[in-house]
Design a protein around this ligand. Structure first.
Ligand SMILES: [Zn+2]
Length: 280
C-alpha cells in the first residue's frame, strides 16, 4: 500500500504513546500528502484514543470537527509566499504559544516548506525546539530534509510520506560501475567516463545518491532479496563492514545537501571521493 510506511510509523507512535516533541515530515507533494499530515495531527489531539489511521472516523468529536474545518485554536501554521520564512514569523509563533492551552490539550505548529527557514529563523526556531513545553508538538514539512540545518534535523524525529518502496529502487549498470571504481580506488582513472555518463547533472546525481542511501539502508537491514544487478553491488558492499557502510551513508547524506548550492559537479565529486578515501 502506498504511504504505508508513514501510516505504520504513526500508528506505532500513537499506540505506544511515544510522541516526540518535534517531527520533520518529508513528503513528495503538498496536495496529496497534506491530508495525511492532518490525520496525524488528529490522532495526536483527538480524545478518542482508540483511533488509528485505518479507522480515523471518530465522527462525534468536537476536536476532529474543528480540525477538519481549520478552526482548532491550538494548531498554528507557518507558511510563506515568498522564498524565506522570516524570523519574525517564528517569534510570532512563540508568542502565540505563550499562554497555556484553554482546551487542556496538546498544541501543534506546522511549518510548511521548512527548507525556506533562513539562518536567522532557523536559529530562533532551534531555541524553541530545544526548550520544549511538554504539550507543544512541532511538525516541519519539507520535500527535502537535507535542505534544513543539521542542528534542526538532529533534534527532530524524521517521518517520510513516501511512495518509494525499497523494491522500487532500481540501480543500473552505471551505479555498479561507480561503486566498482570506488572500491578499486580507480575513480580518478575513470573520471571522464563517470562524469559523462553517470553524474551528468545535479538532478540526476541527487536521485542516484538518494537511491544509494535507500539501497544501503536496505543492505544494512538485509530485509529484501537482491536481483542480479543488485547482487553485484551486494558483493562489493560485502567487502566493507557495517560501520563502514554507516559512514558511507553519512557521507552521502551530508554531501548531497551540498548539491543544492552553486557547486560544480566535478569539484563536488572530487570532494566526495576524498572523503570516502579518508573516512571509510
Ligand atoms: Zn476525534
Amino acid at each position: 500500500m502506498k504511504k504505508s510506511n508513514f501510516i505504520n510509523a504513526v500508528n506505532n507512535i500513537i499506540s505506544n504513546n511515544k510522541l516526540s516533541h518535534a517531527y520533520i515530515i518529508e513528503l513528495n507533494n503538498y496536495d496529496d500528502d497534506y491530508k495525511l499530515v492532518f490525520d496525524f495531527i488528529k490522532l495526536i489531539l483527538c480524545n478518542n484514543k482508540e483511533n488509528k489511521f485505518d479507522n480515523l472516523n471518530c465522527g462525534s468529536c468536537n476536536i476532529c470537527y474543528l480540525i477538519d474545518n481549520g478552526n482548532y485554536p491550538d494548531i498554528k501554521i507557518v507558511e510563506t509566499d515568498t522564498n524565506a520564512i522570516r524570523k519574525e514569523q517564528i517569534i510570532q509563533l512563540q508568542d502565540d504559544f505563550k499562554n497555556k492551552s484553554l482546551l487542556d490539550n496538546k498544541r501543534v505548529y506546522v511549518i510548511k516548506e521548512a527548507e525556506k527557514l533562513n539562518l536567522a529563523s532557523s536559529n530562533t526556531l532551534l531555541k524553541f525546539i530545544e526548550e520544549p513545553e511538554p504539550d507543544i508538538i512541532a511538525i516541519l514539512l519539507t520535500k527535502n530534509r537535507y535542505k534544513l540545518l543539521d542542528t534542526i534535523i538532529s533534534r527532530c524525529q524524521i517521518l517520510k510520506i513516501d511512495d518509494t518502496n525499497f523494491s522500487d529502487i532500481k540501480l543500473d549498470d552505471y551505479d555498479i560501475r561507480f561503486f566498482e571504481c570506488i572500491f578499486n580506488k580507480s575513480l580518478f582513472t575513470n573520471y571522464n567516463f563517470i562524469l559523462n555518463n553517470i553524474f551528468i547533472d545535479k538532478n540526476s546525481t541527487f536521485i542516484r545518491f538518494n537511491n544509494f542511501i535507500t539501497y544501503f539502508i536496505k543492505y544494512l537491514k538485509e530485509d529484501s532479496c537482491f536481483d542480479d544487478l543488485e547482487s553485484n553491488l551486494y558483493n562489493i558492499l560485502n567487502n566493507y563492514n557495517l560501520n563502514q557502510i554507516s559512514v558511507l551513508i553519512n557521507i552521502f547524506e551530508t554531501e548531497i545537501k551540498k548539491l543544492d548550492y552553486n557547486v560544480n559537479l566535478k569539484l563536488w565529486l572530487d570532494n566526495l571521493y576524498s572523503r570516502i578515501l579518508l573516512e571509510v
